[in-house]
Write a protein of this length. Structure first.
Length: 245
């Protein structure tokens, strides 16, 4: 039980930092999302490797907003080839194709998720979005980011490009628990904390919308009575507009 307690204590310490140090930028991001929802713009989410799971976290789920568009290129995910995705995320030039394919527009916003914030695709996407008038929100690990150099030709890191930076307050390397006799660490924190941050942004944004008399469309659980009917209507309404529905 000792490692369970150590891991959960590490998570709790990060959550406490988010509630104090990170709350302001979460609130700023919720303001942006509120404006996007009320003006029929889109919130995009993009991450490579394991970070792509957070791009899916807000998409098509119970309590999830309809107006969410994850960017999910198989080459940069894990289910085709995990090792090749590590190589691909360092390539430059992929972001331009994704930007065009997913149709990001001036006035939209994107959450770019990267623990290190240093790889080519991530930095390329941030630079391109800034150029095209898309608000860039970085969900990253500043401890990790500043422990190494950028791998992008510009020399920039994600956090140095973004309009808002959401720190997940992780350690260098993400995994946070050591075990005697074994070199290296276990139990990463970025996915747990990233999910918390993203869902906090959503619920804060929805609350802001509600106070202004606007009630965003959202999905229900498909496993409660009536959920399928609600979700099927939303899918039919938006399937031509939101990719992957």
């Amino acid at each position: 039980m000792e490692k369970l307690l150590e891991y959960t204590e590490n998570i709790e310490n990060i959550i406490n930092k988010i509630k104090t140090e990170g709350a302001e930028n979460i609130n700023k991001t919720a303001d942006i999302l509120c404006d996007i929802l009320m003006n029929n713009k889109k919130l995009y989410l993009f991450g490579t490797g394991h970070s792509h799971m957070l791009a899916e976290e807000l998409f098509y789920r119970a309590g999830g907003l309809v107006n969410i568009q994850p960017i999910l290129p198989e080459k940069l995910m894990l289910h085709i080839s995990a090792s090749e995705s590590t190589v691909a995320e360092r390539e430059e030039g992929i972001a331009e194709k994704l930007f065009s394919e997913y149709g990001l527009k001036n006035g939209d916003a994107i959450v770019i998720i990267s623990n290190s914030g240093r790889n080519g695709v991530i930095v390329d996407m941030a630079l391109l979005c800034k150029e095209k008038g898309v608000t860039v929100i970085a969900l990253t690990n500043l401890n990790h980011t500043y422990s190494g150099e950028s791998r992008h030709k510009s020399g920039k890191r994600l956090c140095e490009i973004a309009d808002i930076v959401l720190d997940n307050y992780g350690c260098v390397g993400d995994a946070c628990v050591n075990v005697d006799g074994i070199k290296g660490s276990f139990a990463p924190t970025s996915t747990v904390i990233g999910s918390l941050i993203l869902n906090a942004i959503v619920v804060e944004a929805v609350n802001k919308c509600s106070k202004k008399g606007f009630y965003p469309e959202h999905f229900s659980s498909s496993n409660v009575d009536g959920g399928d009917e609600i979700n099927n209507k939303l899918v039919e309404k938006y399937k031509k507009e939101i990719k992957h529905l």
